[in-house]
Design a protein around this ligand. Structure first.
Ligand SMILES: Cc1cc2nc3c(=O)[nH]c(=O)nc-3n(C[C@H](O)[C@H](O)[C@H](O)COP(=O)(O)OP(=O)(O)OC[C@H]3O[C@@H](n4cnc5c(N)ncnc54)[C@H](O)[C@@H]3O)c2cc1C
Length: 413
């Protein structure tokens, strides 16, 4: 302990998550003479890594074009554009491979360790930090930061019941979405975009989807306020989930927060089909003599809509055969298919990945170095910034990238 208190730290990193570890390892590897310390308030480091991706850790995404990669970030994409030209998923793969951890891509692009165990990632990071000479103190919470007039920082940390002073030349804040650290960040002259949840499912109580939990549609278009998203949709016991919904929650995070998670949702179950084109197909279906005596309810006109869902969407037509439906019914069905109106009645939890949007205002940070534009020698990395990605490994990727950039500057500086 005394060593920990008396050492003249070159770099202290607050937060032993993926961003903090990457910053620490990078700067210590670049400059082995630096005294680098991670302080972590929990009893163990890398807590979120361990529970991530359902215990498998979705480390990154197999998307190697920075211009395309940034489209997966509702907030932070613009700022990450340059950052990804310096450290992107291909570099993440290489970084882990060089340290003995192979990653594999799933068909949807998500990348996991071949062991399918998040412990592989946590162990690799801990080992790399140890090898680079990074010191780690768990159970140590950053409480306060004061800038020394002559440079460097005076920190106040809590370790068990004690409040202790620490000194460091440079400070990295990588405390994730921790609310208390935001006050510290504000005390250092930074503004905070108010944090609100991102990536959640929609609670929808509607007869048309009742009893259909588990039914999915491969490509829908959702419209909520000014937000439009596309992709697979999954019906759950409580409403709607799946990539299209999660994207909608991420891009609409602030709108939905302001509306207290109550809003209209328009669902195009046919993806990009327009009303008129849908009407034409329905009309052809009706005119097709073989169909005339088949029930509408049990004979969907579109193969992409599962029969159970079709039956409930077309419920208002009752027991009629295709040959007997009226023009008005056909239009109503086309409207139901291309612009079904639903009410979001609350937000559910997406268990695999929980993310908040909000954090340190991005214009106050230099994304070449991750250094504060407000306070010298202060750096930020990871989710403490107003950056968030959609599900699929993008959130870890922004932590690896921003941590690596901060570490590079600290190690070279
Ligand atoms: C259940 C779950 C599953 C997820 N799965 C994935 C996934 O598979 N892929 C993906 O890309 N993203 C995933 N995410 C998101 C991802 O975990 C985060 O984006 C990422 O962990 C952010 O990294 P970070 O280092 O910025 O913050 P964190 O991982 O939150 O680390 C910050 C650390 O700082 C510590 N800390 C906070 N305040 C203080 C303080 N005052 N003093 C000292 N220490 C402090 C915290 O205890 C924490 O350990 C998941 C999130 C959750 C919750």
């Amino acid at each position: 302990m005394s060593n920990f208190l008396t050492t003249k730290w070159d770099v202290i990193i607050a937060g032993g998550g993926p961003a903090g570890f990457f910053a620490a390892i990078r700067c210590a590897e670049l400059n082995p003479n630096l005294h680098v310390l991670i302080i972590e308030k929990a009893s163990q480091t890398l807590g979120k890594v361990l529970i991530s991706g359902g215990g498998r850790c979705n480390v990154t995404h197999a998307c190697f074009d920075p211009a395309q990669l940034i489209t997966f970030y509702p907030r932070g994409g613009v700022e990450l554009r340059g950052a990804f030209t310096r450290f992107q998923p291909a570099d993440t793969i290489k970084w882990f491979e060089e340290r003995g951890v192979k990653l594999k891509a799933e068909p949807d692009g998500r990348m996991f360790p071949v062991t399918d165990s998040s412990e592989t990632i946590a162990n690799c990071l801990r080992e790399a930090a140890k090898n680079a000479g990074v010191k780690v103190h768990t159970g140590t919470t950053l409480l306060q930061v004061e800038k020394n007039p002559k440079g460097g920082f005076k920190l106040e940390v809590r370790n068990e019941a004690n409040v202790l002073p620490l000194q460091t030349k440079k400070l990295v804040i990588a405390t994730g979405s921790d609310s208390k650290t935001r006050e510290i960040v504000q005390s250092l002259g930074h503004s905070i975009e108010e944090p609100v949840p991102s990536l959640f499912t929609f609670n929808v109580n509607d007869k048309r989807i009742e009893g259909l939990a588990g039914v999915s549609v491969e490509n829908v278009t959702l419209k909520m306020d000014s937000v439009t998203t596309r992709g697979p949709l999954l019906i759950t016991h409580w409403g709607l989930s799946g990539p299209a919904v999660l994207r909608c929650s991420a891009w609409g995070a602030r709108i939905l927060f302001d509306k207290k998670y109550r809003s209209h949702l328009t669902v195009n179950w046919l993806g990009d089909y327009k009303l008129e084109a849908t009407l034409e197909i329905l009309q052809r279906n009706k005119e097709w003599t073989e169909n005339a005596r088949k029930k509408v309810a049990t004979h969907p006109a579109f193969s992409q809509i599962p029969t159970r869902l079709w039956k409930q969407l077309a419920q208002f037509i009752g027991d009629k055969n295709w040959g007997d439906i009226t023009k008005i019914e056909m239009r109503k069905l086309a409207e139901e298919l291309t612009a079904g109106q639903f009410e979001i009645a609350g937000k559910g939890q997406f268990k695999e990945e929980f993310v908040t949007c909000g954090g340190v205002k991005l214009s106050e940070v230099d994304f070449k170095t991750m250094q504060s534009r407000k306070t010298n020698d202060l750096f930020f990395a990871g989710e403490v910034l107003n950056i968030d990605g959609i599900t699929g490994g993008f959130n870890f990727q922004s932590s690896w990238t921003t941590g690596w950039l901060a570490g590079s500057e600290l190690g070279n500086g």
